[in-house]
Design a protein around this ligand. Sequence first.
Ligand SMILES: Cc1ncc(COP(=O)(O)O)c(C=O)c1O
Length: 371
Amino acid sequence: MTGIRIRVEPVDDAVPKSLPKELGFGRVFTSRMFTRRYTAEKGWHDAVIGPYRPLALDPAAEVFHCGQMIFDGTKAYRRPDGNLNLFRVEKNAERFNNSASRMAMPKVDIGEHVQAISELVRLEHAWTPKQEGAALYIRPVMIATENTLEVRSSRDFLHYIILSPVGPYFSGGFKPVSVFVSDQYVRTVRGGTGEAKTPGNYAGSLTGTEKALAAGYQQVLWLDAVDRRYVDEVGAMNIAFVYEDKHIRTPALSGAILPGITRDSLLKLAPDLGYSVAEDRIDIREVLRDIEAGRITEAFGIGTGAVIAPVGRFGYQGRDYAFGSGEPGPVAQRLFKGLTDIQYGRAPDPYGWTRVVKVASETRATTATGA
Ligand SMILES: Cc1ncc(COP(=O)(O)O)c(C=O)c1O
């Protein structure tokens, strides 16, 4: 196999002594990180896995002014045999490159990016927490590092990857969340950067999210920016609605929606579990009417973090539309189980989505006590 040469530097404290009980999501980081630099002259070079440490950047670095930056997120899951599964990591790398193109940044070689993730995960696998629903979250990032205040694409970049042991995404566990439908703020717009994973989309969503939290909701449903009528996404997840316990509808990718890998996986898995699926333009007013009429039996967010986040209530223009029993619905439960069984290697993977990272058996023995 060809690949890049990654220099591995020694680290102190390579294996965690113990992880906090409440891991939260992305608050604890492992001992090592991957870094690699890009210059116009040399291309990508100097790949290193070294100690996790602060970055030293000039205050004029372009990332701080233009926000020329991308990131992504994927997870490694502990298998029953103690090895780890990466889930659709090449697809995640493709999305990283699509984001790079949209933000005028250099692409990475998909094989090299996956090699860097695999090497880092293999070295850091002991950080993978053991409790149900936990995983090792993988955060690849690329930032513009040229020192300039000019508004043009940087010539220098840093590509880095960090890992975080994570517990379940929502502290309340697999329970329906309340969702505020935002008709004041929008997340992004067709032709904008919504289909790229770039921080501006997220920074711009914070005011709307804070207001929704203050009003007693947990997440925001984003509508399209032009008509403020068609459903885009929920929080940092895609969304799906279930009609009469059997038909699943999700907004079609419009250019403003991030093409979620979990969404794509569920669109392939759900028909095999007996559900029909459709990608559509979905009008929020129609959704709320269908909830009231009892036609929509479930709704859920879909993403790597939560996998499935059932919705129990939408708030729109001063009215609440609650549905379901207060527990995740049967379709959400079935899809959650179907997908997580593949991710954790508890069920066969007929789709070829998982890639095993083999970990040394002597270190595995101390950590593989049931994912
Ligand atoms: C805005 C947004 N939508 C959807 C998703 C879900 O994508 P995925 O299933 O690939 O995690 C994410 C997470 O990356 C996101 O940030």
